[in-house]
Design a protein. Structure first.
Lengths: 266, 383, 286
């Protein structure tokens, strides 16, 4: 069993080790080793296109995480005591949002935007000299859709496992609904909201498939990497990959630690 | 970026002249520039006012430059950024169809892109590209261009695109692994299905891939005939299990040794041969493509000034010569050719003998929008 | 939450933002897609309104891509699950509690580096200077891995293992250890205990993980493009082709509609089959 686990770790980390190792490559081509150097780290972080792409990606992921955490939690709470057609419709929508493959979301959003722009833009241009175009906002919108569903499911699972007597006790003690929510419900839901937000951040930060279609002229980090791979990779990209890995590993460990503490308290 | 010749001395002038004359007279009638063109080149290099100025006060931001794989000199783009403060964001594409698809969908954000000769009329008809204002590109000289490569950039007397490079589409073979080098598309596909099974690549590009199959069958490179295309599709689908891959970015696989032969463009062959002399570039004797690429500006770009500045910069002979040295595609500009090293002008990959060029065809506009060719390419890939 | 009722207004406000997103980013695009799927390709590519079933009748032209996706996606999911299970079991049962989280995070972490970079690294590993060269060194020559279905399957397992292990781990960790002890006390062999108790109780986790991986694989086009080299072709690739090369939007829309229908049907039957057995629908969903 131990051997098996070790093999899995090797399997998982061998390619990453390769990426990291080649980030210290002195040569221009990331595929051929020519000597040790850390210059690509400097180059990567002084390359405005890379840092801009990184910034764009972080902003999109943060916005996605925050918006989906809030809207997803609201939806889970809203559905909690709802029955009838509204419940059925929303349940169905949540599952459809998760089940429709990313590429279909990307393409259908693209053609929808293009169609809308074709109608709206001439008028906007004539009236306000404005044009709508795709960009960061359309990436965020497509990402939030999927992640609202993810967060809603996670929060709902938590709601169902929640000890109802706590809420009832709070209400018996004449707490206002808002007070009960803030002091009892929210702390109990916090771990799952946080986990949902984290997942949303990850899916958004990593997404290439959808962003490729709806990013317009804006460049996210995965789009930059895709384009760099097509142009011929330099170790710059490896350096960025390494830094992103280390940062996310760190954030992940911190998040897990917070989550663990939350779980213990709950 | 240190190697731009600032001034050209008299000796150098004569040297360039001789080099140029030798090149042009011996076997490259199509380079056909005049001594006047050369003088302009030298002048352009020597007169400070005609060189890219250090300060472009009005320029800023990013210029999104969409081109083909391995088709630019990074040092030039770095210099442009250093001179103007404008960052250059390069994206590369694998086919004109892909570029057209992106532009049709809109919101590309591209400022400058590089269409091939046969695509320009479609872009113009669809209203996707700007008419170019030549006064904003003082370093571009229509008179020094080889006319047969530049004609398609001008429609109804208006210039929509200015020439970048020209080249050919043949195939490259690694002679270390392959002893029987095919000499025609017919042999290329036979070898694919035979001794080279699993080692051959074709472009992810309808024009060259379907064109090559059509030539192997003895038809026209640009055929849109239903029956002929059906046969080409059959040949391609029969070859597919024997291909290593379908990708317009084939160089990495050839370098790594995974692939031994591929449909190939001029410059990629030049670049491959630099490190791997065993790479042989073949212009198929049954035909193929001769082409020229252009710089064009899509409608709706956000940074028009920077777009013009970039094109003008890249067409400056001294800069253009560095481009040519880096990517190995011949220039259409005689002023640039005057500055390119002799060994490049003598390289038969860049300047093939006239008889091997004669069976080649320019791509035809109809192939770009022809639904059948598009669908056959897609079916071939999906097969 | 409580027995008290809530005003419909509050419910409405809580559901409104999600509803807006579901309408504008899901329902509307899917409807546009449906409308487009009955249209015709414009002369230079794109869409012109029409009402024709031709695009649907033409679907068999992408039969191979559907077939590829529908064999490699489930196979990749299955392989990932089979490889992930012992790992999750090891983490949940064998590893001392204080190390569990760290080790689990280490399994998940690769997912947090660029997917494209990782697949690119695999191109180097599977290319002829990588693994095949090593194999040749020990005497196994002429192994071709890159641009084959095998390469795509390896990539699938590699790419999605980090998503498959956690849900299985969670369901195994919840497992009451006393059940296992009781089973052992009653004289069941470890194998028997595994079949009768561990596996059924962990099914919700397996189901969740598999569902997620299956959905992602069905819509993938990067994995087949990078490790299949244009030779292993998924529906995702066919769609990218139709929208970004041949510019046949209506046909692409029809292919998308078909893909969505296939997703719904397979997921529906899958849920009935797997979840029907465990009767733990709710738990399985997270």
């Amino acid at each position: 069993m131990r051997i098996y686990a070790s093999l899995i770790y090797i399997f998982l980390y061998a390619p990453i080790a390769l990426i990291v190792a080649l980030s210290f490559n002195a040569g221009k081509q990331s595929m051929v080793w020519t000597g040790f150097s850390v210059e690509w780290y400097g180059k990567a972080f002084s390359n405005p296109l890379i840092t801009e792409a990184l910034g764009t990606s972080v902003m999109i992921a943060l916005a996605t995480a925050v918006l989906s955490a809030i809207f997803g939690t609201m939806a889970a709470l809203g559905l909690e005591r709802t029955k009838g057609w509204l419940r059925i419709v929303f349940d169905a929508l949540i599952y459809i949002a998760i089940m429709v493959p990313g590429i279909v979301i990307g393409i259908s959003s693209l053609i929808t935007f293009v169609t809308i722009f074709d109608v709206v833009n001439p008028a906007l241009e004539a009236l306000f000299n404005l044009r709508l175009r795709m960009g960061m906002w359309s990436v965020i919108a497509t990402h939030v859709l999927f992640n609202i569903a993810v967060v809603a499911l996670m929060v709902r699972a938590r709601l169902q496992g929640m000890d109802r007597s706590l809420v009832e006790a709070s209400e018996d003690l004449y707490a206002t609904p808002m007070g009960t929510f803030r002091q009892v419900v929210l702390p109990l839901l916090a771990p799952s909201i946080l986990a949902g937000a984290l997942l949303a951040f990850t899916f958004s930060f990593e997404d290439f498939i959808i962003a490729f279609f709806v990013a317009g002229p804006d460049v996210t980090l995965p789009i930059y990497v895709f384009s760099a791979i097509r142009r011929g990779v330099t170790p710059e990209i490896n350096a960025i990959g390494t830094v992103v890995l280390l940062t996310s590993l760190l954030l992940l460990l911190i998040a897990q630690w917070i989550l663990q503490r939350g779980n213990k308290q709950a | 970026m240190k190697k731009i010749p600032d001034l050209i001395t008299a000796e150098k002038f004569v040297e360039e002249l001789r080099r140029y004359q030798k090149g042009s007279i011996s076997r490259r009638q199509f380079m056909g520039a005049t001594g006047l063109g050369l003088a302009t080149a030298v002048l352009a290099g020597a007169v400070p006012g005609l060189r890219p100025r250090k300060a472009h006060a009005a320029l800023s931001g990013t210029v999104n430059f969409t081109t083909w794989p391995s088709y630019f000199a990074q040092e030039n783009l770095d210099k442009f950024t250093a001179d103007t403060g404008v960052k250059v964001n390069v994206a590369v594409f694998g086919s004109n169809e892909e570029m057209l698809a992106k532009l049709q969908a809109g919101s590309t954000g591209w400022d400058v892109f590089v269409p091939t000769n046969y695509a320009i009329s479609t872009y113009k008809d669809l209203g996707l590209i700007e008419e170019l204002d030549l006064t904003r590109m003082p370093n571009y000289d229509p008179a020094s261009q080889e006319q047969r490569f530049t004609a398609e950039g001008i429609i109804d007397g208006k210039t929509y695109a200015v020439p970048k490079n020209w080249g050919t589409t043949g195939f490259v073979v690694n002679t270390k692994n392959v002893t029987q080098v095919p000499s025609s598309w017919k042999e290329f596909f036979e070898a694919t299905q035979g001794p080279l099974s699993g080692r051959v690549m074709v472009h992810d590009y309808q024009l060259t891939t379907i064109g090559a199959a059509l030539k192997a069958l003895g038809y026209g490179f640009n055929s849109v005939d239903e029956k002929e295309l059906a046969e080409a599709e059959k040949l391609l689908i029969a070859s597919k299990p024997h291909l290593f891959g379908i990708n317009s970015d084939y160089k990495p696989s050839l370098i790594s040794g995974d692939a031994w032969a591929s449909v190939c463009w001029t410059g990629d062959a030049t670049q491959l041969q630099r490190d791997m002399p065993e790479m042989k570039y073949v212009l198929a004797k049954d035909g193929g493509e001769i082409w020229s690429d252009f710089y064009a500006i899509p409608k709706g770009g956000q940074n028009l000034d920077a777009a013009y500045a970039l094109i003008d910069f890249l067409l400056t002979p001294a800069i253009n010569a560095i481009e040519v040295k880096a990517h190995g595609y011949p220039s259409t500009d005689s002023r640039t050719n005057a500055l390119v090293p002799k060994e490049m002008l003598d390289n038969p990959i860049l300047y093939p003998a006239a008889e091997s060029l004669s069976p080649l065809e320019f791509g035809a506009a109809a192939t770009l929008t022809n639904p059948l060719r598009a669908e056959i390419m897609a079916r071939f890939k999906a097969a | 939450m409580s027995t008290h009722t809530r005003s419909p207004l509050v419910t409405g406000l809580l559901l409104a933002p999600a509803g807006v997103f579901f309408f504008f980013m899901l329902i509307l695009p899917l409807l546009v897609m449906l409308v487009f799927s009955f249209g015709e390709r414009a002369a230079a590519g794109g869409y012109v309104p029409a009402f024709t079933f031709d695009n649907y009748l033409n679907l068999p032209a992408r039969g191979k891509a559907f077939l590829n996706t529908l064999t490699l996606a489930p196979l990749g999911t299955l392989l990932t699950a089979v490889i992930a299970f012992p790992m999750a079991y090891f983490l949940a049962v064998k590893v001392p509690p204080k190390w569990r989280v760290v080790m689990l995070v280490l399994v998940m972490a690769p997912f947090w580096t660029s997917q494209l970079m990782r697949y690119y690294a695999w191109i180097m590993i599977l290319g002829s200077k990588g693994l095949p060269a090593w194999l040749a060194w020990i005497g196994i020559t002429d192994v071709r891995l890159l641009n084959t279905p095998t390469a795509v399957l390896i990539g699938a397992v590699y790419g999605f293992l980090p998503l498959m292990v956690p849900p299985i781990y969670v369901s195994l960790e919840k497992l009451d250890k006393r059940l296992l002890e009781a089973s052992a006390d009653l004289g069941a062999t470890p194998w028997h205990t595994f079949w009768q108790i561990t596996l059924p109780l962990s099914l919700p986790g397996v189901a969740t993980g598999s569902m997620l991986v299956f959905i992602l694989l069905m819509g993938d086009y990067i994995l087949p493009q990078y490790l299949g080299g244009g030779k292993v072709f998924f529906i995702g690739n066919a769609l990218v082709d139709l929208f970004l090369q041949s510019r046949n939007w209506p046909y692409g829309a029809a292919v998308s509609v078909a893909l969505v229908i296939i997703m719904f049907v397979t997921v529906y039957f899958y849920m009935r089959f797997v979840l029907g057995k465990t009767d733990q629908r709710r738990a399985a969903l997270v």
